[in-house]
Design a protein around this ligand. Structure first.
Ligand code: ZN
Length: 231
């Protein structure tokens, strides 16, 4: 599989933009959350540890390799191991977005799974499993999530947050869009559960919608590469 990687300049611009968006959408607070994107098969750009994602600057971002060795003075994200697990398990994954979307985390506190109740939950997200709780910032978070990464693009982290993998030429934005969508459908599921227990869509309708999602993913991987112009 041949992947198209963003230029470092574009990746830095996009990461700052996606950080602002996560903060504006209240998917992260304070220093929460972290972002990374591939610059090459073994080279990543990621957010620094502890920084507020709403106020990042391009020169704060950290370059690492797939062993987690960072260049420069700043330390990479404390959840870098979680990101590395995604890139190890999914060679086509070009970005990872981790945030703390409040309604999605509330579902995990209530002991509920995210259900495929609405079409967009299936067409945009696919199955979203929940990884069991592990202490944030430790390698146990990556271990808890790893079993799900080959079959799911998004994972809920119990009592903690969520992650989304991004694909295609706008991979960071793809991951961010998925987290926004995940938070939206979590909010609706929680609201509906105040009145009655939500039910999933029928299996045959889920199959139709899932086929649409897979077709959309295939188109994304074949789409043109706009950054080739400004290399
Ligand atoms: Zn976190």
């Amino acid at each position: 599989m041949e992947l198209s990687y963003p230029t470092e300049r574009n990746a830095r611009t996009w990461m700052v933009e996606v950080g602002r968006r996560l903060y504006a959408r209240q998917l992260v607070n304070g220093g929460e959350g972290n972002l990374s994107t591939r610059l090459g098969p073994r080279r990543l750009l990621c957010t620094p540890t502890g920084a507020n994602k709403g106020f990042l600057s391009e020169d704060q971002l950290v370059i690492t390799d797939l062993d987690g060795s960072a260049q420069g003075l700043r330390a990479p994200s404390s959840e870098l191991l979680l990101h590395l697990a995604c890139y190890e398990e999914r060679l086509d994954c070009l970005a990872v977005v981790h945030a703390h979307p409040p309604h999605a985390v509330a579902l995990t506190l209530a002991g509920d799974e995210l259900l495929p109740c609405m079409p967009e939950a299936i067409t945009a997200l696919g199955e979203v499993p929940t990884a069991r709780y592990a202490t944030p910032g430790t390698e146990r978070v990556a271990e808890a999530v790893r079993p799900y990464l080959r079959s799911a693009d998004c994972v809920l982290l119990e009592r903690h947050g969520a992650l989304a993998m991004g694909f295609g030429h706008r991979a960071l934005f793809d991951g961010c869009d998925k987290l926004e969508m995940l938070e939206g459908v979590s909010r609706v599921q929680l609201l509906a559960s105040l009145r009655r227990v939500p039910t999933p869509l029928p299996a045959e309708e889920r199959k139709i919608l899932n086929d649409q999602r897979l077709a959309g993913q295939a188109r994304l991987r074949l789409s043109p590469r706009p950054w080739d112009r400004d290399r």
